[in-house]
Design a protein around this ligand. Structure first.
Ligand SMILES: [Zn+2]
Length: 306
């Protein structure tokens, strides 16, 4: 009976499970495609700041790391986990966006002269806001942050870049970002798998940042959907088909954005606009209570400034 009621309380979101430790064991998505699926709660020392999903691709002629993790220590664990899967050398690191756990492990790979590629917008974002992310993560991780430094990407592209390695082609697509200014899609056309970085959140409510632009985020999501991926390795949550990603990310963003446009046109102030937002369809997603008001607030400000 106790288990039973705990189960119901937790699906109602009334109790929060303790932070899950970051599991440096990759999940195989398809042949050669792996994901590290992190905690869906907030950053913590227990989850090593890896409350996010990252991954890697084994190409036959080397490994491509997709996001370098939240610290030097995490980057070392990513490398060790890859070693359990393949002896192929790491040939490239991609940063899919500007948020901490996408790039704070860069130094570990740069020290081995492994190139690190990101959109030009992400490089600029890290140059601007990297210090803020790094000091926040240092506070969360304490001594586990030791040795981590701000290492910018060593290569950039503007809109598209094609990486051909071994049997694999990776297309890097910048469609305007959204969650952060430089978010990209890493598209594997042969396998029809997309690593979406923070353009897709599933299994939890997404977070709108002060730097997010929901208008661009919707356009980037549509560019991703147009690829018609078989699987998406999201920025947060477990690998997902497109439909679930569309519901938990796009539908939610479109709902707030559409509501705030009407509210601003009608001359509603922010409080009124947030009070009249009907977003309960997403209330079953973890961290909805913590983020819904802040998200609505930030989207109101974006729409108001347009
Ligand atoms: Zn994120």
């Amino acid at each position: 009976m106790k288990l039973f009621s705990t189960f119901f309380l937790s699906i109602l979101g009334l109790i929060t499970s303790p932070a899950r430790a970051w599991d440096a064991v990759p999940q195989r998505v398809l042949e050669g495609v792996y994901a590290f699926v992190g905690d869906t709660g907030p950053r913590s020392a227990a989850n090593e700041g890896m409350n996010a999903t990252t991954g890697f691709v084994v190409t036959g002629d080397g490994v491509v790391v997709i996001d370098s993790g939240s610290s030097k220590q995490v980057a070392q664990k990513i490398e060790a986990a890859i070693r359990q899967v393949t002896p192929q050398p790491i040939k490239l690191v991609i940063n899919t966006g500007g948020q901490d756990h996408r790039w704070l492990g860069n130094g570990h790979f740069a020290d081995q002269n492994i190139p690190i590629i990101a959109s030009a917008a992400t490089k600029a974002d890290i140059a601007d806001r990297g210090g803020m992310w790094a000091s926040g993560m240092e506070k969360t991780l304490g001594p586990a942050f030791a040795g981590t430094r701000i290492q910018l990407p060593t290569r950039t592209f503007i809109q598209r870049e094609t990486i051909a390695l071994g049997s694999e082609t990776l297309e890097l697509i910048y469609a305007g970002g959204g969650h952060t200014p430089g978010d990209i899609i890493v598209w594997l056309p042969d396998k029809r798998v997309a690593f979406s970085g923070d353009l897709v959140f599933v299994d939890r409510l997404l977070g709108v940042l002060p730097v997010s632009k929901v208008k661009d985020w919707l356009a980037s999501f549509d560019a991703l959907a147009a690829l018609n991926p078989q699987w998406i390795v999201p920025g947060h949550g477990t690998p997902t088909p497109l439909n679930k990603a569309r519901h938990e990310t796009r539908d939610y963003l479109a709902l707030i954005y559409g509501h705030m446009q009407k509210a601003v046109v009608a001359g509603q102030n922010m409080q009124e606009a947030i009070r009249t937002l009907e977003d309960r369809a997403f209330a079953s997603l973890p961290i909805y209570p913590e983020l819904r008001g802040q998200n609505a607030n930030r989207v109101y400000l974006e729409v108001e400034s347009e």
